[in-house]
Write a protein that binds this ligand. Structure first.
Ligand SMILES: [Zn+2]
Length: 155
């Protein structure tokens, strides 16, 4: 399951990547580019723009219109789509550039600012380093909410 997300939903795009979904998000893409991309790469278009959603539907492109203005609301609107593929791929993709992460060794990372925590992951494309630090608790809380949501749908 792959996505392309419109410019209004940047936070949601980062979260889809965090959950492991291949998600294209680029602020320079206009409606035409988004439609073309979802068609050619068979990606589900996620948008908050009613007009864009209507256009996509007319052109036979799978799309989802988001109504919520907050992240958790938007994620619960996506839950029906991801309910069957919500696997443990959490944290496997770079939230900045959408590239799959590789596990890495502290000795291979030059920066002194990275805490002495393992495991560490790094992005082969943009170089960002990831670890499950104190911020991860908040992320896990949200993931738990999404899981509960999905279980409710499946019931
Ligand atoms: Zn990256």
């Amino acid at each position: 399951m792959r996505f392309v997300v419109d410019v209004m939903l940047g936070k949601l795009a980062r979260w889809l990547r965090l959950l492991g979904y291949d998600t294209i998000y680029d602020q320079s893409y206009n409606d035409e580019a988004l439609l073309k991309l979802s068609k050619s790469e068979n990606r589900i278009l996620i948008t908050r723009d009613v007009e864009l959603f209507k256009r996509a539907s007319k052109e036979g492109i799978s799309s989802l219109l988001i109504h919520s203005t907050d992240l958790m609301g938007a994620l619960s609107e996506i839950s029906p789509l991801i309910k069957d593929s919500f696997i443990d791929s959490i944290g496997t993709r770079c939230t900045i550039c959408n590239t799959p992460l590789v596990e890495t060794d502290r000795s291979k990372i030059p920066s002194e600012e990275i805490p002495n925590i393992s495991p560490l992951w790094s992005c082969p494309r943009c170089g960002k380093v990831y670890w499950h630090g104190s911020h991860w608790k908040g992320i896990e809380e949200r993931i738990k909410n999404i899981k509960t949501n999905i279980q409710d749908i499946k019931r």
